[in-house]
Design a protein around this ligand. Sequence first.
Ligand code: PSU
Ligand code: MN
Length: 309
Amino acid sequence: MQKLPPYYHLADEVLRARQLGTPLTALESTVITHGLPQPENLALARDMESAIRQQGATPATIAILDDKIHIGLTGAELERLSTARDVLKISLRDFATALVQHKLGGTTVAGTMFAAHQAGIQVFATGGIGGVHRESRLDISTDLKALAEIPLIVVCAGAKSILDLPATLEYLETMGVPVIGYGTDTFPEFFSPPGKLPVSLRLDSPAEIVRFAETHWVLGMKSAVLVCQPVPAEEALSLEDAIPAEEQASREAQEQGIGGQKLTPFLLGRVKELTGGKSMQANLALLKNNAVLAAKIAVEMGKTKQNLS
Ligand code: PSU
Ligand code: MN
């Protein structure tokens, strides 16, 4: 890893992992600050971290606190972030804003990818990626730009059907981002898999994913490899529950003129309310499941590196 610019702070656990050669797995924090209510957000953040440790990897939750971009958080910092009020949502253009205004920040998929890559971390687990919104096709998440430009393995459960999924997948294709189905041929639609749209390749094991990513990057490609894992079937939300809630949330957003950074949190919150909390159960299950897979991939990647050195 090159020397990090100022403004970064590496947690002790992350520094130790570095010294020992333990594989690292990055985690985002917008899901904690803007995606889930209290106290589920803190419980989930802890569960994801411990799921990663159980696989023999080290978690690095990324967020902005005390004028630093933190790579890895202590238990107390995680708790502070989960209960703080005035927290910014940090995508690529927002890092400097949080730093000059001395604000706390929860990093999105794009923000987390950027900081993780700066810190030399190659694997990252999230819930769902942002995409092209249905309400306005000009509202394209910076997550897609980050996936096009930052070489990381990103494990997700696809994207919500509150987005324009065909347009989202077209954009990823245009930008050269491989969309891998983990044990599936279709792009999972977040809490209601299996989805209808094809992925670019299906792979069935962490070792195959590592081999694929290394081949992609050795060729000189710069993009991320997006790995999409369906939510465990027993936790999935039926389409009958999901679709009307998503459609109503989308209608309300348009009626209320909600756009920009606020749109995704608004839609997530309304879908949760309209499904009587059922969507949140699926959301929590898929987040944990993705943490496990990302950690397995990081461990596998660590083995490959040891074989090379
Ligand atoms: N989708 C979800 N849950 C989330 C998000 C998206 O199902 O928590 C969050 C992620 O952090 C993602 C961000 O990176 O929203 C995308 O926001 P926007 O659409 O404003 O780029
Ligand atoms: Mn947006």
